[in-house]
Design a protein around this ligand. Structure first.
Ligand code: NAP
Length: 291
């Protein structure tokens, strides 16, 4: 129940109507009976500072940040966690006595399902397809796991160089190298953890895969194939990897777990990822059956 004491949380983005965060956060808040409510805030880029001032004025407790504000908000915050600085983006903001503290929970969300798997991560060669925003969180996560090598594969040599340079002074990327897409035939047989961070295969392009049929054959049975995409479930990439005997993980758990980590920061108590996952799956099911 929303009462006079209810504290406000939310998500800022532009657009924001597609966001799944209100569904899963409000479900977890209700399950706990916590005195919070989580709302979507559509904030145009030119209104970001005004919105932040307004949030301070009304005592907003904390908020999630999505496109296009993840980088733009950084200079407006009082403190930024090391992981968010390394990734170069903030997705979670908490109000503090000094002002606003920004962090990034995507790496923790990506890691959560991997941490359930019994592996010697120090022997793991990670191959990451794509060099965009999500790839940055995956690099930080693979560094936290202690992977033996982290190879980021991209199609644009200039962007790849920029990507590598941006990590130069970061402790998160000691084992990082960048590779061209044409190097995949050498990289795939050695990959223990193969991550798709490109949007290739995302609904409605369900029949697309980042790998050719020949490349798929090079995935070995002890590979973990991880796709950040969560619609469709599974993607063609994951179906192909499973046909090679690989273990597969999709992006839904990352989405749920990054949200759970954020909500725990705001509420300062454990939250149920199960409730959040259930709410999300139910919502996605309802949405798809309505199409
Ligand atoms: P982004 O910043 O736009 O990066 C996309 C990357 O994919 C870029 O490196 C791009 O290469 C590459 N790419 C796109 N099309 C390609 C193609 N045909 N061939 C080769 N490379 C291609 O996007 P993002 O924010 O990183 O998001 C990427 C995906 O991750 C999306 O599907 C998103 O939904 C998903 N995601 C999921 C979660 C989760 O919680 N599960 C979180 C974040 C993101 P260029 O730079 O050369 O264009």
């Amino acid at each position: 129940m929303i009462t006079g004491t209810t504290q406000l949380l939310g998500v800022i983005g532009h657009p924001i109507a597609h966001s799944l965060s209100p569904v899963m956060h409000n479900a977890a808040i209700a399950a706990l009976g916590a005195d919070f409510a989580y709302l979507p805030f559509p904030i145009a880029p030119e209104h970001l500072q005004t919105a932040l001032d307004g949030f301070a004025a009304i005592g907003l407790h904390g908020f999630s940040v999505t496109i296009p504000h993840k980088q733009a908000i950084m200079p407006m915050l009082t403190e930024i966690a090391e992981v968010a600085q390394a990734i170069g983006a903030v997705n979670t903001v908490c109000r503090t006595e000094q002002g606003w503290y920004g962090t990034n929970t995507d790496a923790a969300g990506f890691l959560a399902p991997l941490q359930q798997i019994d592996r010697d991560w120090s022997q793991t060669a990670a191959v990451i397809l794509g060099n965009g925003g999500a790839a940055r969180a995956v690099v930080a996560a693979c560094a936290q796991l202690g992977c033996r090598s982290i190879q980021v594969v991209g199609r644009n040599p200039e962007k790849l160089q920029e990507f590598q340079q941006s990590w130069q002074h970061s402790s998160f990327a000691e084992n990082l190298s960048v590779r061209n897409w044409s190097d995949l035939p050498q990289l795939l047989p050695e990959a223990n953890l193969l991550v798709n961070t490109t949007p290739i295969g995302m609904h409605p392009h369900d029949q697309a895969s980042p790998l050719t049929a020949t490349e798929v054959q090079q995935i070995s049975a002890d590979t973990i194939a991880y796709d950040l995409i969560y619609t469709p479930r599974p993607t063609l990439f994951l179906q192909q990897a499973a046909s090679q005997g690989a273990m597969i993980l999709d992006g839904l758990e990352m989405l749920v777990q990054q949200g759970a980590v954020a909500l725990e920061l705001w509420l300062k108590q454990p939250v149920s990822a199960d409730v959040m996952r259930h709410a999300l799956l139910e919502y996605l099911d309802r949405k798809h059956s309505a199409i």
